[in-house]
Design a protein around this ligand. Sequence first.
Ligand code: FES
Length: 119
Amino acid sequence: MASGAPRQPQAGRMTWVVLCPVDEVWEGTIRGAELPDGHRLALYHVDGQIHATDDTCTHGAASLSEDGRIEGPYVECTWHNGHFDVRTGQACSMPCTEPLKSWPVRIEGGRVWVDDDRP
Ligand code: FES
């Protein structure tokens, strides 16, 4: 159920962060999650895989985990009906033009992990 191949952590750098139990991200739903520094993510369970993007729409301040609607592999931001591909973060319809940050995900020990690859 992992998305993408897990990457090895870089020496001296904590990269993988546990977010929640995998059974809290139900198929066809969006769940909000938070990194230790408070950065908000949206988790999507689509076609048996879990994907993660930033939670805040790139067009405005909407929370995709609260105001988004999942449509197959796409999330619609209901504020202005823009769409993103949850697998890549790519903006797919106006008014959204900037991609969401997409986070590498792995499932291990029954939990969802993301790679905090921010510089
Ligand atoms: S705030 Fe998301 S489409 Fe405008």
